[in-house]
Ligand binder design. Structure first.
Ligand code: AMP
Length: 416
């Protein structure tokens, strides 16, 4: 199928062409006709499948022309970063129309946002709590035609369910609702029953699976050698760019230091780093200014990086569903990707939980030279684990600068 076959207006086809999208992705092919047909949508789709255009293009098509003094579509996202990403993307798709898009998120001056809305906004992209705040302060959104919930599972995880319910009760007019979620749980089903009227179900992958074109592997490694193993993997595989996930801010900081000691150009983003710095680092990473971005789950939300060849789970996520979100950062929009997880003995249970959710087994291999030390006693293991959790152990252990990881040669061997 081609974009031309979807019946979208010429002004949208023009921007799609300019962006170099050759053909619609699966979710776009399925969703666009349904939205044009004025039906509700319940879609399971991860970031990277092209879902922003899947709802953005048909909404822009149906809104057609800018109308002053009325807001006609509301898109909700769990985080500021994702809201920013969505509004930037929709803006690009709307380039050849006169439709206006505004963003309502925390951390911005309320008055400035109000002025932006006054200038006209056909589409508002917002986080749930912020939009409610504006409504309480007089913003009129009662008559919207489109209500989109992006990453609904995350919004529920983040406790936004009450806000979403409140919004739903507030809307007075019959509107079209589009709900996107990477994972499906009972909570999501319940929410969908509340919000959607006879929705069309669209699945991008089977049930809760990860992105199809991502190859997954878990390397069993010693808990004390994880940072070196990460440096070695990045260097020896020569990945152009890698996103590395940690569970905590502390381990993100510690890891980035080690990677730098190994001669890798690495930066870090996490919740304690100023938002402006985080956004700048993401922008620079996207521009290819450095090779490795180390991130915690929270900081990485909404991060959109095309053509990322590899994601490394330095530590498995605390919530198994976050694995799908992490892995969704690679293998985007039809490209091949690789997801590597480093597994210490404490994470063997966690990986089984992840496998249950994705309904697939992740192959496990030994990474030679980094394998778990069988002579280590239980107490010692626990001490090491504690040390790695609470202290910047890696910096202390390695005063001398080592050879860049790229120059080392090691083999990987298989063990079932
Ligand atoms: P999303 O899932 O909306 O975050 O989109 C992921 C990435 O895929 C974004 O960088 C989009 O620009 C890109 N993309 C969206 N649709 C297409 C398409 N039809 N062909 C190629 N790339 C696309």
């Amino acid at each position: 199928m081609r974009f031309e076959d979807l019946g979208l207006i010429e002004n949208l086809l023009k921007s799609v062409k300019e962006l170099g999208f050759e053909k619609p992705t699966y979710i776009q092919e399925r969703t666009i006709p349904v939205v044009l047909d004025k039906k509700d949508v319940f879609a399971t789709a991860q970031t990277g499948t092209g879902k922003t255009a899947a709802f953005g293009l048909p909404i822009l098509h149906r809104l057609k022309k800018h109308q002053p003094n009325v807001h006609r579509a509301l898109v909700l996202a769990p985080t500021k970063e994702l809201a920013l990403q969505i509004s930037e993307d929709v803006h690009t798709y709307a380039k050849y129309t006169d439709l206006k898009i505004a963003m309502i998120v925390g951390g911005k001056d309320l008055e400035a946002q109000r002025r932006e809305l006054k200038r006209g906004a056909d589409i508002i992209v917002a986080t749930p709590s912020k939009i409610l705040e504006h409504i309480q302060n007089g913003l009129d959104l009662k008559d919207i035609d489109f209500f989109v919930l992006d990453e609904a599972d995350r919004m529920l995880d983040m406790g936004f369910v009450k806000d979403i319910r409140k919004l739903n009760e507030y809307f007075s007019k019959k509107h079209q609702t589009l709900l996107f979620s990477a994972t499906i749980s009972d909570k999501i089903r319940k929410l969908s029953k509340l919000l959607l009227r006879r929705p069309i179900f669209i699945e991008t992958a089977k049930k809760n699976t990860t992105v199809k074109n991502v190859s997954q592997i878990a390397y069993k490694v010693d808990e004390e050698k994880k940072a070196e193993a990460t440096a070695y993997l990045i260097g020896s595989r020569n990945f152009e760019q890698v996103l590395v996930f940690t569970r905590t801010k502390k381990s993100a900081d510690a890891l980035v230091e080690v990677l730098r000691e190994y001669g890798l150009k690495a930066e870090v983003i996490h919740g304690d780093i100023q938002r402006s710095t985080r956004l700048r680092r993401i922008k620079e990473f996207k521009a290819g200014k450095f090779q490795v971005l180390v991130a915690t789950d929270i900081a990485s939300r909404g991060l959109d990086i095309a053509e990322l060849p590899c994601v490394i789970n330095y530590e498995l996520p605390a919530a198994p569903s976050d694995y799908i979100h992490r892995v969704g950062r690679t293998g985007r929009a039809g490209r091949e990707g690789e997801a590597i997880s480093l597994l210490d003995i404490y994470e063997r249970y966690d990986i089984r939980q992840i496998e249950k959710i994705i309904e697939e087994k992740i192959p496990q291999e030994i990474l030679e030279d980094f394998e778990p030390d069988p002579t280590r006693k239980r107490e010692e293991r626990e001490a090491v684990k504690l040390k790695s959790e609470y202290k910047n152990q890696y910096q202390k252990r390695r005063p001398k600068k080592k050879q860049p990881a790229k120059t080392k040669k090691r083999k990987t061997t298989k063990r079932g």
